[in-house]
Design a protein around this ligand. Structure first.
Ligand SMILES: [Zn+2]
Length: 231
């Protein structure tokens, strides 16, 4: 493709805690009387091979550091690249809990087979923070969200189909190597049992009543000291 242009996309332009920007979700946007055209999203097809290297029974999330604008087709193009980060994350079959989120123009996360729609959490915490956010729901099931900066603090976020492309000069083996090095960052969430804390007095009371032995010891001690243990 011609006219490739590196997009310098700063992902976290705002914090959700602060007074945020205006985010227009979906719909149509007119600027100076002209309707803005939604961009198409192209993804290098070799990413599907890369995805198979990642866990299949759980979700996962990864960042891609390269995104190009293709002016002639008004598209964003995600090339095959080894500029990829798998952040520390705790995953289940239906969730990803990212421990160190990153600024990156592109984020991709896996959904359960066939679940091609963004969740409310995806929309609020993922899509608004990246220029392109993609769901892969297995096979050829992909879906995207695009974020455009319109003006100042106004953004437009809309959804788009993902179309196949071949883009980028990197060897797939090099990408797979980078992926394999980072697979350890994906950890399956384990369930922890909360320990119950008994204040020592309560514990003593509990033990005395149930066990009897401690009561005897305490009674002996009380006799020795000339006191009677209160019941
Ligand atoms: Zn999701």
């Amino acid at each position: 493709m011609l006219g490739r242009k590196r997009v310098v996309a700063k992902s976290k332009e705002w914090s959700l805690d602060e007074e945020g920007p205006v985010v227009l979700v979906g719909g149509s946007v007119y600027l100076g009387g002209t309707e803005l055209i939604r961009r198409r999203v192209f993804l290098d097809v070799r990413w599907l091979r890369v995805f198979r290297e990642l866990p299949s029974s759980t979700e996962w999330l990864m960042y891609i550091g390269e995104l190009y604008e293709e002016p002639t087709t008004n598209a964003y193009v995600i090339p095959l690249t080894d500029d990829v980060i798998i952040p520390e994350q705790e995953v289940t079959s239906a969730s990803v809990d990212v421990k160190d989120s990153r600024d990156a123009p592109v984020v991709i996360h896996k959904h359960p087979e066939g679940l091609r729609s963004f969740s409310g959490i995806d929309r609020e915490y993922v899509n608004q923070n990246h220029t392109v956010s993609i769901i892969w729901a297995g096979g050829f099931s992909l879906h995207a969200s695009v974020r455009e900066r319109i003006d100042g603090g106004v953004f437009w976020v809309y959804e788009a189909d993902v179309e196949p492309a071949l883009y980028g000069d990197v060897e797939i083996e090099d990408v797979l190597e980078v992926i394999r090095e980072q697979l350890g960052n994906i950890k399956e969430k384990t369930y922890t049992v909360q320990s119950v804390y008994y204040p020592s007095e309560y514990y003593a009371y509990y033990y005395r009543d149930e066990g009897g032995e401690e009561k005897e010891w305490r009674k002996k001690l009380a006799e020795e000291e000339g006191e009677w243990l209160e019941d």
